[in-house]
Design a binder for this molecule. Sequence first.
Ligand code: NOJ
Length: 987
Amino acid sequence: MKITSPSLDSTLTVSVTILIHLRPFTPQKSPKITEILDQLTISPDSMIFLHNEFRNCNQTPFCKRARSRKPGACPLVAIDVSISNGDLVAKLIPKEKSEENTENGENPIKPLVLTISAYQDGIMRLKIDEDQNLSPRKKRFEVPDVIVPDFVNKKLWLQRLKEEENEEGIFSVVYLSDGYEGVIRRDPFEVFVRESGKNGKKVLSLNSNGLFDFEQLRDKKEENEEWEERFRSHTDTRPYGPQSISFDVSFYDADFVYGIPEHATSLALKPTRGPGVEDSEPYRLFNLDVFEYIHDSPFGLYGSIPFMVSHGKSKGSSGFFWLNAAEMQIDVMGPGWNNESVLMLPSDQKRVDTLWMSEAGVVDAFFFIGPGPKDVVRQYTSVTGKSALPQLFATAYHQCRWNYRDEEDVYNVDSKFDEHDIPYDVLWLDIEHTDGKKYFTWDRMLFPNPEEMQNKLAAKGRRMVTIVDPHIKRDESYYIHKEASEKGYYVKDATGKDFDGWCWPGSSSYLDMVNPEIRSWWAEKFSCKNYVGSTPSLYIWNDMNEPSVFNGPEKINFIRLLIMNLILIEILEVMLISARDLSVVTMPRDALHYGDVEHRELHNAYGYYFHMATADGLVKRGDGKDRPFVLSRAFFPGSQRYGAVWTGDNSAEWDHLRVSVPMILTLGLTGISFSGADVGGFFGNPDTELLVRWYQLGAYYPFFRAHAHHDTKRREPWLFGIDLVQERNTELMKEAIHVRYMLLPYFYTLFREANASGIPVARPLWMEFPADEKTFSNDEAFMVGNSLLVQGIFTQRAKHVSVYLPGEQPWYDMKTGTAYEGGATHKLTVLEDSIPAFQRAGTIIPRKDRFRRSSTQMENDPYTLVIALNSSMAAEGELYVDDGKSFEFQQGAFIHRRFTFSNGKLTSSKMGTATGGNNKFASECTVERIILLGLSPAPKNALVKPANQKVDVEWGPLLLRGGKGKSFLTIRKPNVRIADDWTIKLS
Ligand code: NOJ
């Protein structure tokens, strides 16, 4: 993860390097360009360039300043600590008023206002801002629309303050929850959560290392570099001067910290500072359209969630969330990072220190006490919201490519799936389906009858998705642009003009989605009437919403223009424009949004608002009766309420397959359950082995979609049938997709769990086995729910794989039914036909084993229950079913069953939920097979009650297709309905 420091290449050299790296390009390039490109080869330098393409901490003034601060540098002390309106309030002032404590000698540091609030479920909120009574230059930006209204109602009314004094100073203490207290130390100021009592152990703390700093907005008294910021040839004005905030946060009794997506890196975050870490960048949170990201790097990708979870063997988990949408950089300090420091921190508690730095905003931070990993996720999602429940179809397999060319291509792909007996649910259309990249339009030469096309697919129970990006082509004949510019709906540049940047359509402007009025206007565009050519079975893909601006300051995006297949003249023209624009730049940090908010203050939330508006549009289109499906590339805390996200433009490389696991697990930990990576890899051509392995792993991603760049070879699963060996690959991909369809009832039940509790579908092993240290840094295997463990195969021609199976109970191979001991590492032979997946003993997994064309056609199919017994011959599991599409489930229209097996009896009972299951949803579906793993001795028959019917217990296969010979005890056709209460007693 070492990032080499950049040399500032000249613009032209840089662009040529990109040209080299990105070869081959498009069919439409001019002969001249082809010639140039053909003479160039990929050089290692181009990779170095990719590292250097983005701004690093040293080139980012606030980050550089914060990183250079020494422990104990914070001069602030807390005064006037009291209780007011149910909160603890205090002022922060410099201890000694001196020349050092003024900025420029003329801008004295004014007192800051600190507020601590307590909320139910063990959540403490800390706010620090400038004092509004002292007339700051403007109100600093606080991100609206992220905290869910329910959370606000969970506020506890703090009554009293307890004062304590010891050799370390004076402390004010408030009640937080049973067993925990919130504490503020006066001098030096420090805020922490501890276990109750004077000597209670610390859980989480802020400013224990004295690195807190808060740059206040200032009046411009003189011209100097503080009022602007340069990156390469780009300059951003800073009309309020530097306004960054930074502080240290310590996680006690923690072995590792996790979270803060999005980075292509390990699940357990590696230290970025401290002994043995040379020259690493901090983890950057800055939503960026990163071209060809590298697989192990702290650079920020498309989305940002400033939420970190700690975990350790002795204490469990805690969490820290900073609601702030400006660029953030976060350092994870390795042990010994502050050996030189004179500060005394508790030495008997293991600790992970972190440094949080943000360019702007306020401190609005949440401390979550845990103590288990699931508690922390529950607490975090009680603030930012639970995952939306997707429609059933969206949890099935999606087929995407940039691009399916025309209607004929669509029909052909669709029918090939049927011909090869491969199920799929959704076919996607990328940007080329539009008329000149004007979203909500169709290229009518290629797609003359879009409604008919969607209806034909819908008749088979399939849906389509089209892409709608946030850049709006500045074309007077385009109705969206016309209306948006007339209404003044675009983001403005610093001079107040509509901001004009380059993206796929060329010159584009960007809707100011932070404004609720503009969001409602946008939402209306999705009605079938307004979106001409759309039907109710069409759903939406929001891409490029970081927002991506090709000629932006972060990188030399001529590359994008090349991808846009511009001819040489256009490229040269654009290069000239861009060369000029590099000094004026597009979507700069000083661009202006609704309410005079600078882009720098809300950058990371832009894509979130766009996603929100689009999802609202689909809800409105369906008159509140159809759950939306919107995939977004950019994300922010709360995005889970609006739809799915994917990990962007990965590459067809084994390392990218591997990193997809920690990336998806991290998203889940930070609230975004519905995520996936492009199966097959977006860039490049995977060989068939990699492609097969990707399907085998992707079948367990919460969001399962194959996607590819337009310059790659076609790779739909049936395209490998040139000979018998190759046909086998098609078979393997098909089998992988079948596994997903078979497990849809289990996945859907898990999506409902995420919707109700925030607990993600895909989970790190330590979420299920929090006391097992061997799981803490394992990010090659993961849990799907609490019952399935999946181990990826990430190397070519792998012969063996080591799989660690945690816990004391055995695990059953999903395919063969073979039992493996828990709490042990097993060296297994790698098979070509599947990746290792195991059912945990003590669980029951619901499946649907009949294979259809799409999930829609499986609606009335009967279920199979797979019961994996633990050493006490017991097991339990759940099944959640609803209509798969509407919001009726919120009114209780669902079936939610609990299955328990003990003493030789399987019982189906209603899950005790407060709101639901009150017979508003009916299903005639039955259970057709019950497979018992690990049962002895073998029973002969079973008695079904209340029907009082005897059924035989037979030996049967574990899987109807692709299983391995062995037989297992099976109750066939017990004919019980999943909606009913029943028991089946073995005898
Ligand atoms: C970038 C996205 O990440 C990719 O998935 C998409 O195919 C292209 N944009 C074109 O829309």
